[in-house]
Design a binder for this molecule. Structure first.
Ligand SMILES: *Cc1c(COP(=O)(O)O)cnc(C)c1O
Length: 392
């Protein structure tokens, strides 16, 4: 099959919910991908922050193969090693108390929303189920997480949306106080707003927010679906902010490309969701869990230090290119936003880069770079050379 035949097949039989770029991807190795015609692409996108340890990682392939041969699925009504071992690794490396595994980011966020409402219900009874979220946030595509998302453009078509969310301007404790009330049980935020445009939260604001949550007995919920699993140069971004969330969700990068999501809770929340209150048929699937174990083992302290170094390097190189179309960079580790200047939109610039062999993403008004965390310096330099050649 060639590219044209594939596009026709896709258009005829799949729901056209994605505005796809006119590129197909067939296979990959490291941070380099190839299309059906054999053309090479350097990947600064990792799916969308998913292929955390690149493509075709040998340990990852081997762990998946071995686990698939042994046991491909088992109900969560039974104990199984990959689930428990992965939970132990995550807890030991974060100081959190316990883990729950589901299948996606939105589902993980639904889980921490349920956590907060149950925590509050158990302690205070009904009428305290409202969650405060931030403007310009993104929390997922299910009906509840769409409502949690603090962007008006997402609150369309699918009426009626759920009650129980209010929105505050990011970065301002006063804004939180203004929408607070006796019905609130939690604040949910991203430490770097990803889809919104790669906007890191100010550490002083996050600290003050944590203090306010403690005072009001609101749960502090952190959506690390994009920032988690090494992306920012620590296993979770909250570890660089010096806070301990009550609940933290993760997904994208956790299993290096297989579907998995979940959340961690701290000591005081470990028993909030008891038997029968939460479940996921596929959650913590042994093959995904075995893959995630390899991802965590690969992302040791040394690898995380390299994530920070590579991020600094990419940002410095882009800023020194002095391109008229690109401005300042922002972000942490290998989660990088690049401001777009001039007449051409981020979408136009991204399409041109992709056509010339560099996969990038957009977010809000910015270009967004999320390379595999294991990308080599040679691949980075190749990608940056394409950027310098193709953009003005
Ligand atoms: C991608 C993303 C989600 C949604 O994850 P899905 O796996 O697509 O459901 C939620 N929150 C944040 C911060 C994300 O970046």
């Amino acid at each position: 099959m060639d590219h044209k035949e594939l596009v026709e097949l896709d258009r005829q039989y799949t729901m056209q919910t994605y505005g796809r770029f006119d590129v197909d991807i067939d296979h990959g190795k490291g941070a380099t991908l190839y299309d059906l015609a054999g053309k090479e692409y350097i990947d600064f996108s990792s799916g969308i922050g998913v292929n955390s340890i690149g493509y075709g990682n040998e340990k990852w392939v081997e762990a998946i193969t071995r686990q698939a041969q042994k046991l491909g699925h088992i109900s969560n009504l039974f104990y199984s090693q990959p689930y428990a071992r992965l939970a132990k690794s995550l807890c030991q490396r974060t100081g959190m108390a316990a883990a729950f595994f589901g299948n996606s980011g939105a589902e993980a966020n639904e889980g921490i929303i349920k956590l907060a409402r149950k925590y509050s219900f158990d302690k205070y009874g009904k009428g305290r189920g409202t969650i405060l979220t931030l403007k310009n946030s993104f929390h997922g595509r299910t009906l509840t997480t769409l409502t949690a998302t603090g962007q008006e453009v997402f609150h369309n078509y699918f009426f009626p949306f759920a009650d129980g969310f209010r929105y505050a301007e990011a970065g301002s404790i006063d804004a939180i106080q203004e929408v607070a009330g006796h019905d609130v049980c939690a604040v949910l935020l991203e430490l770097i707003q990803g889809e919104g445009g790669v906007y890191p939260m100010d550490p002083a604001y996050v600290h003050d927010l944590a203090v306010l949550c403690a005072e009001r007995d609101w749960l502090l919920l952190v959506d690390e679906v994009q920032t988690g699993v090494g992306r920012t140069g620590s296993l979770f971004a909250f570890q660089q902010y010096g806070i301990i969330p009550d609940g933290v969700s993760f997904a994208k990068g956790i299993a290096g490309g297989l579907p998995m999501g979940g959340f961690l809770v701290n000591e005081r929340c470990r028993n909030v969701l008891g038997p029968g209150t939460h479940a996921a048929t596929f959650g913590g699937n042994p093959v995904s869990a075995a893959a995630a174990q390899v991802v965590l083992d690969t992302l040791d302290e040394d690898a995380l230090a390299k994530v920070r170094e590579k991020g600094d390097y990419i940002r410095a190189r882009i800023e020194h290119m002095g391109l008229a179309s690109l401005g300042q960079t922002r972000g942490m580790g290998l989660m990088i936003g690049v401001e777009v200047k001039g007449d051409e939109s981020n979408k136009v610039l991204a399409a041109r880069l992709i056509r010339h062999g560099l996969l990038v993403l957009t977010a809000g008004p910015a270009l967004r770079l999320l390379p595999p965390l294991t990308i080599t310096m040679a691949e980075i330099d190749k990608g940056l050379a394409i950027m310098e050649d193709v953009l003005i």
